[in-house]
Design a binder for this molecule. Structure first.
Ligand code: ADP
Ligand code: MG
Length: 249
């Protein structure tokens, strides 16, 4: 077993809550309502992972499985500019974009298949300057939710989802990579699940995700991130800000 790496979020409190950062060889789930900052955090991690270890990165590249078409290269460029200013370094947004491999997933089966393509790509990049150290699925459940409607199909869905989650775990182990998935919360109290602040995906996602983070909006550009579930860290909360330059304290 390789030593676990830690990827900085760029936010002091948040990193401290996570015991140093987002761990490799684990699935970290970001859940929260629309606009809570899940996709923003995913973009920021895609930038940070490329930094060297002295700057909290993993010297790696990233694969993003984008199911909602919310990846924005322009946003990456803003964040790279933000880091350039933060560290007084000249960082080239184009170089960062070249190390972000984005794949659109058109349905849940395709999404599952893309983890296999990601594995092939990560194998190719294994001995290169920037091996894949981060795999993002944004969002994990959107296709599953849209395709499997009604109680009768739930068992089917959970079986597929279970396969998907284990594919992701395996990827994290194989490449000593962080795996970050985003998830929605119930829009309204649900007869089956009850709590409106619970992420979707039921026990399959709940038991496979190593770290679960609940994001919610606060005043202005502030967001509160709550560590809900972790094998080794206490529960806690951290405040971050979503700014033009990226995620900050
Ligand atoms: P979700 O949790 O639905 O994925 P997002 O991560 O897309 O939410 O967050 C969207 C929010 O992020 C916007 O409402 C805005 O507050 C903030 N945001 C997005 N882009 C920028 C930007 N360039 N500068 C500052 N804030 C931004
Ligand atoms: Mg989003």
């Amino acid at each position: 077993r390789k030593m676990v790496g830690k990827l900085t979020t760029g936010c002091t409190e948040f990193d401290e809550m996570m015991g140093g950062g987002i761990e490799t060889q684990a699935i970290t789930e970001l859940y929260g309502e629309f606009g809570s900052g899940k996709t923003q955090l995913a973009h920021q991690l895609a930038v940070n992972v490329q930094m060297d270890r002295e700057h909290g990165g993993l010297n790696g590249s990233v694969i993003i499985i984008d199911t909602e078409n919310t990846f924005r290269p322009e946003r990456i460029a803003q964040m790279v500019k933000g880091l350039s200013e933060k560290y007084g370094m000249e960082l080239d947004p184009e170089e960062f974009l070249q190390n972000i491999h984005v794949a659109r997933a058109y349905n849940s089966n395709h999404q599952i298949l893309l983890v296999e393509s990601a594995t092939d790509l990560a194998n190719e990049l294994r001995d290169m300057g920037k091996p894949v150290r981060l795999l993002i699925v944004d969002s994990l459940m959107a296709h599953f939710r849209a395709e499997y409607v009604g109680r009768g199909t739930l068992a089917d869905r959970q079986q597929k989802l279970n396969k998907h989650m284990h594919g992701l775990l395996r990827f994290g182990d194989l490449f000593n990579a962080c795996v970050v998935v985003t998830n929605q919360v119930m829009a309204k109290p649900d007869a089956f699940f009850g709590d409106p602040t619970r992420p979707v995906g039921g026990h399959v996602v709940g038991h496979t995700a190593t770290f679960r983070l609940y994001l919610r909006k606060s005043k202005g550009d502030k967001r509160i991130i709550r560590l809900v579930d972790s094998p080794n860290l206490p529960e806690g909360e951290a405040v971050i800000a979503v700014t033009t330059a990226g995620l900050t304290d």
